[in-house]
Design a protein around this ligand. Structure first.
Ligand code: ZN
Ligand code: FE
Ligand code: FE
Ligand code: ZN
Length: 268
């Protein structure tokens, strides 16, 4: 079992040391984990209203610490990743700050539309001011740009705009299919992320119908819990794998040095 989306206390909205996350992964019998803590927003020239990432000064220590822990804990495969915010234009302009790093994989995620952190519980009320149809169109337009940027290996929680349960009264199939095609055309890996089950929406990212389109378009998939506390490591990964099998997936993606390696779901 794999979990490729694990945070640490460095990002200011998670708890626990990397050692505690590793101990929990061992306890739950995970065979491979990847840390993907939030890349410093200051290096992307983003100053959020509350701190939600490590600072630029902490980046080197993060990379070194995870590498050292990977060396010391050989009974479990530990990969080094980062979750990088995508803001159209801004992320491209500052891309050298993360493309130059010796990581195994980069997750590209949307958390901001303009200066609005739409995933932050404190900024939830802003949804009430929005036309939801238009909001989803805008979100998926940015997602298309993220895909075409060519900067990332994995797209994080691809429909996280649904997090707080604000769903438009329209069929999302067209947006889903278009996005699935963008993933394939840009050789990106989808992430099945179980954090949505812990959010008000109570559904994984992506929605089952969206996952179906991704399978149909032959998009590879990686697996993550988006753990923000040690107990969340491996959270409902079994359910995620069961859903992947049901949809038709027979393998999942792992990464080393930003190269994708598919591993079989058969038997395991
Ligand atoms: Zn986070
Ligand atoms: Fe995220
Ligand atoms: Fe995350
Ligand atoms: Zn995340």
């Amino acid at each position: 079992m794999i979990d490729y989306h694990i945070h640490t206390a460095r990002c200011h909205h998670a708890t626990g040391t990397p050692q505690e996350y590793i101990a929990e992964a061992r306890l739950k019998g995970l065979t491979e984990i990847g840390f993907a803590d939030h890349f410093p927003l200051d290096l992307l020239n983003i100053i959020p209203s509350s701190p939600v990432s490590m600072s630029a000064e902490e980046l080197t220590a993060y990379l070194e610490e995870i590498r050292e822990l990977a060396e010391k804990n050989k009974d479990i495969t530990i990969r080094l990743g980062l979750e990088v915010d995508y803001i159209p234009g801004r992320t491209e302009e500052t891309a050298d700050s993360f493309l130059s790093l010796p990581v195994d994989y980069l997750i590209g995620s949307l958390h901001f539309l303009g200066s609005w952190d739409f995933t932050h519980p404190a900024e939830k009320s802003t949804y009430l001011e929005k036309d939801l149809h238009e909001l989803y169109e805008n979100y998926f337009a940015d997602m298309g740009k993220l895909c075409r940027s060519g900067l990332f290996d994995i797209v994080g929680h691809i429909d996280v705009i649904k997090k707080f349960g604000f769903l438009p009264q329209i069929h999302l199939d067209q947006l889903w299919l278009k996005t699935a095609k963008e993933l394939k055309e840009n050789d990106l890996c989808l992430e099945i992320n179980t954090a949505g089950l812990r959010a008000p929406v109570k559904e994984m990212y992506p929605a089952p119908g969206f996952l179906q389109y991704c399978f149909q378009e032959n998009v590879p998939v990686a697996v993550g819990s988006d753990a923000h506390s040690p107990q969340e490591v491996g959270y409902k990964i079994d359910d995620a794998i069961a859903l992947l099998r049901k949809v038709g997936y027979r393998e999942v993606a792992t990464f080393i040095g930003r190269k994708r390696q598919m591993i079989s779901l058969e038997g395991g």
